[in-house]
Design a protein around this ligand. Structure first.
Ligand code: SF4
Length: 238
């Protein structure tokens, strides 16, 4: 297990609610705190009438989930605006529509924290909880946020399948699994689309990230995402 402190002043959280209350108050990364708050102050023209969240984004979903979905980081005008992971941007539109088709999401859209959406058997987290400039966190920001991902995995006791969205999330998920004492069985994991590995007692599946660039260029289609989620469900039965 990682020995890094989860937060300078906190005890180790024993519930997801407790963990998330710590995450939303975190100010460890000066660069990201400045950026997330500046974006929340200036806003985008289309959202000038909205109160931006402007804080770290906690994980959310079914606390008894067997599927843990790991993304990169919130978008400046998506999660950083709405306060929920993959909510309020094109990536989320694509992802939640697929999660709805697969039966994990109660509705195909995710627009705000009070839109009535709930998740069944799936929980979503980000490797870095604060929106980074140009969607590119620095190595030290991944390191600072890593204990939160470790804590999610520790507290999501029913997880069997980890779905990593994109190469960076894939690497972060492997680190979290390693921190949890899980070892790779077989070949060293290499990122690819719809590729599965066994790591300890978990199945790790990777997918291209549902970024607008990937979905608009056709690198990742709805049918491809459906295939990944079908594989996730198959792996739940293994
Ligand atoms: S990225 Fe993570 S560690 Fe850094 S300030 Fe945000 S929540 Fe804290």
């Amino acid at each position: 297990m990682s020995s890094a402190p989860i937060c300078p002043t906190s005890e180790t959280p024993s519930t997801l609610v407790e963990l998330n209350s710590i995450i939303v108050d975190c100010r460890l990364c000066e660069r990201l705190v400045t950026y997330r708050e500046e974006v929340a102050r200036v806003k985008r023209r289309a959202f000038l009438d909205q109160a931006y969240w402007g804080r770290p984004i906690p994980g959310w979903g079914d606390p008894l989930a067997r599927v843990w979905i790991v993304g990169l980081a919130p978008a400046a005008h998506g999660g950083n605006r709405t306060g929920r992971v993959f909510t309020g941007d094109r990536s989320g539109d694509f992802l939640y529509a697929a999660l709805h088709r697969a039966g994990f999401a109660s509705q195909p859209t995710s627009v705000s924290r009070d839109d009535g959406l709930h998740m069944t058997d799936a929980y979503l987290s980000a490797a870095v909880r604060c929106a980074p400039p140009d969607n590119k966190p620095l190595p030290e920001e991944f390191a600072a946020c890593r204990p939160y991902l470790d804590a999610d995995l520790r507290l999501l006791t029913q997880v069997r399948v980890v779905l990593a969205l994109g190469k960076i999330a894939f690497d972060a998920a492997i680190r979290a699994l390693s921190d949890a004492g899980q070892t790779v069985m077989g070949a060293r994991p290499v990122f690819g689309h719809n590729v599965a590995y066994q790591i300890g007692r978990y199945h790790l599946i990777s997918s291209y990230h549902p970024s607008q660039r990937n979905t608009q260029t056709g690198l990742l289609t709805a049918a491809m995402m459906d295939q990944v989620l079908a594989r996730v469900k198959e792996n739940l039965e293994l």
